[in-house]
Design a binder for this molecule. Structure first.
Ligand code: ADP
Ligand code: ADP
Length: 222
């Protein structure tokens, strides 16, 4: 579903990503792990169609994300580190407006169902999002992507700043989305969280994928 094929990207002659190849299948949660400056944002930005690779290709379900960015983006649910919501609206109102913008009309019952599928219930109906915790904002961000029927979820540092409970809830939600067939790529520098959430990990160092491993059977703390 997500395919990065021998992709390189430099800024002003300085390499940010070099010969990167990786793929994420439906049902898989891939953790792209690396310290600051490793090239994680550059990789996400190429998949989002914001940056064009110098060489190589990035595709989503065979759609090229730089030459056909509009079509590719329809498949993507992007959850940045800080999800931008209308602060004076409630969670359900935000969901309604973002769905409307994406050309999808849902009834209140359907929107409620989507929120509850994403682990948000009562508060999302009556509290403005300005009062939400970071974890709740991320769940609304995921609910928006879910409502748009995203096939690919791209998350940037999803666990940073979350308490352990919120972090576990987020992991469980991502696993559920993967079970339903989504391909999920998350960028992170938090190895413990990545091990708990992801089925596969790639380690990026100075723009080079130095190691890839499956996490099946591996538990954090081992
Ligand atoms: P990460 O997300 O892993 O922190 P980035 O993709 O942001 O890594 O950065 C990879 C490298 O590219 C770093 O050396 C960074 O300084 C550089 N870089 C990122 N964006 C730009 C930019 N817009 N202009 C110049 N250099 C950049
Ligand atoms: P992240 O933690 O997500 O990697 P960064 O702090 O590395 O974010 O970068 C934030 C923004 O600044 C990104 O859009 C990135 O492309 C840009 N950026 C990063 N490094 C540089 C740089 N050396 N020169 C110019 N822009 C940069």
């Amino acid at each position: 579903m997500i395919k990065i094929d021998n992709t390189s990207k430099s800024y002003n002659g300085k390499s940010a990503v070099t010969g990167l190849s990786l793929s994420v299948r439906e049902g898989e949660i891939y953790g792209l792990l690396g310290p600051n400056g490793a090239g994680k944002s550059t990789t996400l930005n190429m998949l989002l169609g914001f940056l064009k690779p110098d060489t190589g290709t990035t595709t989503l379900n065979h759609v090229n994300t730089s030459t056909d960015a509009g079509k590719a983006r329809e498949m993507i649910g992007y959850i940045p580190e800080n999800v931008n919501l209308y602060p004076y609206l409630t969670g359900i109102e935000n969901l309604y407006y973002f769905c409307k913008l994406a050309g999808r009309d849902y009834t209140t019952e359907e929107l409620s169902g989507i929120l509850s599928d994403c682990g948000l219930q009562k508060e999302a109906h009556h509290k403005k999002t300005s009062s939400y915790s970071k974890g709740m904002r991320q769940k609304v961000g995921i609910a928006i992507a879910y409502a748009k029927k995203a096939k690919v979820y791209l998350l940037d540092e999803p666990a940073s700043g979350l308490d352990p409970l919120a972090s576990n809830e987020l992991s469980a939600l991502l696993k559920k989305l993967a079970e339903e067939g989504a391909a999920i790529l998350m960028a992170s520098h938090d190895i413990f969280r990545v091990r708990e959430t992801c089925s596969r990990i790639g380690i990026l160092k100075n723009g080079i994928l130095v190691k890839e491993m499956d996490t099946a059977g591996v538990t954090a703390g081992e």
